[in-house]
Design a protein. Structure first.
Length: 259
């Protein structure tokens, strides 16, 4: 599939999925969301791709939210129809490989919801983050009320969602919304270095680890701990576990194959 709205490339086990509508501040219209879902399905099957970095083209925006042009004239029923099928936020969250949001500018509305569906968020010091839907007379509909609340707590989530105000990267780090803030010029290097370190790990163990951590928000403690035990034991069935343990005992670096 030739993409019109996104760029996808893989080098040295690290894939980049870049929303490529810089003139529209990388706003997500339906064709862009469809292409993102399609690209994730392909990357899932690509063994060379071990870690995914999601970002926006240009230096102004990560993603400035849903494309507001599509909202005009929509009724409740047509909006419901438009939201049927696999949604990009779920597709990212359920993507079995680690996903890092490289937040290089405005990260608003659906853009913040995309970032929230990622596993790790690294922001440039120029980024601004927020859920401005309330200013349009609507509310977040891409998981923002749920994932933001789980990440930063009810009080901070309420403040962001009820005011619609955007906050700067330093504030976002303070409330745990982003893992790290990096000078704009260093952002790509820092994120690639982080992705590179993760890409050296066992893809099998990464997949199980992601699944286990996600269980914490999806279930209660008892079920989450049971899931963790199951996934922990499952890693013992992998060749990567045999290689990882052997490499440690032989005092060498492990070479994980993802089997
Ligand atoms: N949907 C559709 N188009 C958008 C958009 C969005 N979410 N965000 C930006 N754009 C478009 C603008 O309409 C403009 O298009 P034009 O050049 O054809 O007029 C272009 O992107 C540049 O935007 P502009 O506002 O001029 O850039 P800026 O750098 O001054 O401001 C933002 C950037 C992100 C602060 C501002 O565009 C904005 O507030 N966007 C809406 C954010 C939002 O409410 N998102 C939640 C949607 S639910």
């Amino acid at each position: 599939m030739a993409y019109q709205n996104i760029l996808v490339e893989t080098n040295d086990r690290i894939s980049f999925l870049t929303i490529n509508r810089p003139d529209k501040r990388n706003a997500l219209n339906q064709p862009t969301r469809n292409e993102m879902v399609h690209a994730l399905e392909s990357l899932e099957r690509e063994p060379e791709s071990r870690v995914l970095i999601l970002t926006g083209a240009g230096d102004k925006a990560f993603i400035a939210g849903a494309d507001i042009n599509e909202f005009e004239g929509r009724t409740a029923l047509t909006q419901r129809e438009a939201m049927k099928g696999l949604r990009i936020f779920t597709a990212i969250e359920e993507f079995p490989k680690p996903v890092i949001a490289m937040i290089n500018g405005f990260c608003l509305g659906g853009g913040l919801e995309v970032a929230l569906a990622c596993d790790i968020r690294i922001a440039s010091d120029t980024a601004r983050l927020g859920q401005p839907e309330i200013n349009l007379g609507i509310i977040p509909g891409g998981g923002g009320t749920q994932r933001l609340t789980r990440l930063v707590g009810e009080g901070k989530a309420m403040e962001l969602i009820l005011t619609g105000d955007a906050i700067d990267a330093a504030h976002a780090k303070e409330i745990g919304l982003v893992n790290e803030v990096v000078a704009a010029g260093d952002l790509r290097g820092r994120v690639v270095s982080l992705a590179g370190r993760i890409a050296e790990k066992s893809p099998v163990a990464l997949r199980m680890a992601k699944d286990a951590v996600k269980s914490a928000a999806r279930t209660n403690l008892r079920e989450g701990l049971e899931r963790e035990t199951d996934l922990f034991c499952l890693t013992f069935g992998s060749e990567d576990k045999a290689e990882g343990v052997r490499a440690f005992l032989e005092k060498r670096k492990a070479d994980f194959k993802g089997k």
